[in-house]
Design a protein around this ligand. Sequence first.
Ligand code: ZN
Ligand code: FE
Ligand code: FE
Ligand code: FE
Length: 190
Amino acid sequence: MKNNERQKNTDSATKHKNTAVVEANKDAASNLKELFIDALKDIYWAEQALVKALPKMAANASSPKLQSSISDHHAMTENQVVRLEQIFKLLNEKAEGKKCEALAGLLKEGDNMLEETAYGPVRDAAIIAASQKIEHYEIATYGTLFTFAKVLGENDAAKLLQQTLAEEAEADKILTDVATGCVNMDASQS
Ligand code: ZN
Ligand code: FE
Ligand code: FE
Ligand code: FE
């Protein structure tokens, strides 16, 4: 065996060492309903974090069109929080959030992007990029939640989740329109 092949095998052994089945926590979800509720708590935390974060994004946008679309989505996000509270009520569950590590990471990345771009069209392009990552995360989340609700026969909850899913998809589309409309062009010229 050649030396570099031996090295590769060692790397692969290290990589695959941690393949044991993970032991579940005491309070781990043991059925789909519990997993559904855990996922609702995750997105409830995320939407509340977005209510706090979106004004900063809007304030950093130089394009009036981008600024107003973020502000519009901020108002929508406040209503999405209320909608989640309605869903918790439908399920007879207390509305409580649990930190969404994924969204916390996306927000942190968005914050870094502000510092790493000059105010103007380039920062606008960065804001759109960060916002679309967030919308895509939400679209994935609400798509899953909608499917879970349907499977569980929670049709009223499913209807509410579908409304939010449509809003997130629309927000993503508007961001694409703003980007292709002018922001990316302006950014490429500055
Ligand atoms: Zn959201
Ligand atoms: Fe949302
Ligand atoms: Fe999450
Ligand atoms: Fe959103």
